[in-house]
Design a protein around this ligand. Structure first.
Ligand code: NAD
Length: 313
């Protein structure tokens, strides 16, 4: 039969991309429940879904920051039956931490980390009882390594990776899988929202030198990164589809081959000095991410890379 897939944060970006791709599956293997905080923002999704809307795709309201909203949504689903839960809702935050408010930081954790916890807590017990299910989290390469001026966002994704690594092994006994999807840059509203936020903020509390590094080194590198390496929401949707269709879904799944060597750096040198110094060089433009990647690739065999990256194509 059809698998019921619930996805959070579907009004834009990756969530919308996954919802549309699964709902338009040629073999109609999925019944997608696309959720969002505010159904007034459904138009783009409905348009992209075309005739799948009302057949293999339905919409429900869900705010991952609200216990009540999460419970209400799941209770309204027939038998509370969800085969695949895709935790996608997330928010970013950039800037020197001394200039960010505690409230802004807590909002990131409330959405990215506790949002996933809240969803899993509501859906996992039914999956365990049925002895089947798949929990997927749209994490990030920043859930695997830290990057300057993304400290809080990165911490929220690390926290989620840690949470899920523990769950993955507990759930093996119950035939429930857990998978993390770790995209690099993806061109969605995410980056636009961050840039709009940065242009509004004065970052009071940070010293002039730090702000100089942030505005003149970090931000241009970031823009460059999205332009040169940015994937599309469809790329991430393809990888996600491959992962949920895999007979033995891997726990970690990078989506961008250029990040494989960067992540591998962490394992090549367990003191982390190598990765910290590499990122330092990238940030201060002594060598771009491309350069570093290309140089590292030479040390890694193509077979090794292939085994470690799920290609969207
Ligand atoms: P996006 O801003 O287009 O999508 C995020 C969605 O989450 C939005 O629709 C937003 O309304 C929703 N959302 C925010 N708070 C919510 C809440 N409390 N309840 C329900 N929905 C909420 O950005 P995106 O790039 O599609 O991001 C999706 C996921 O991918 C996020 O978890 C993000 O961290 C992750 N990610 C993004 C990138 C990137 O470069 N864009 C890279 C790696 C990982």
């Amino acid at each position: 039969g059809q698998k019921v897939v619930l996805i959070t944060g579907c009004s834009s970006g990756i969530g919308m991309g996954i919802a549309v791709m699964l709902a338009r599956d040629e073999m109609k293997r999925y019944y997608v429940i696309a959720t969002m905080r505010d159904l007034k923002r459904k138009d783009n999704l409905v348009e992209a879904a075309g005739d799948a809307y009302g057949r293999t795709l339905s919409l429900l309201t869900l705010d991952v920051c609200s216990d009540e909203s999460v419970k209400q949504c799941v209770d309204s689903i027939k038998d509370r039956h969800i085969d695949i839960l895709i935790n996608n809702a997330g928010v970013g935050l950039v800037g020197p931490i001394e200039a960010l408010s505690m409230d802004d930081m807590k909002r990131v954790f409330e959405t990215n980390f506790y949002g996933a916890v809240r969803m899993i807590k509501e859906v996992m017990p039914d999956m365990k009882r049925r002895r089947s299910g798949h929990i997927v989290v749209i994490s990030s390469v920043l859930g695997l390594h830290g990057v300057a001026f993304n400290d809080i966002y990165s911490a929220s994704k690390f926290a989620t990776e840690g949470l899920c690594e523990g769950l993955a092994l507990q759930l093996l006994k119950f035939n429930v899988s857990v998978s993390m999807i770790e995209p690099g840059p993806v061109n969605t509203e995410f980056e636009m929202k961050l840039m709009a936020d940065v242009s509004k903020k004065e970052f009071i509390g940070a010293d002039a030198e730090t702000l100089y590094h942030f505005r003149n080194c970090y931000l241009p590198t970031q823009v460059n990164l999205f332009q040169s390496l940015g994937q599309t929401p469809e790329d991430i949707a393809k990888v996600t589809k491959k992962v949920i269709e895999s007979p033995c879904p891997p726990f970690r799944n990078l989506t961008n081959p250029l990040y494989t060597p960067i992540v591998a750096l962490k394992y090549a040198d367990e003191t982390r000095s190598l990765s910290i110094h590499t990122f330092y060089h990238m940030l201060y433009n002594l060598g771009g991410v491309m350069d570093v990647s290309v140089r590292l690739m030479k040390y890694l065999t193509p077979g090794w890379l292939r085994r470690r990256t799920i290609s969207p194509v």
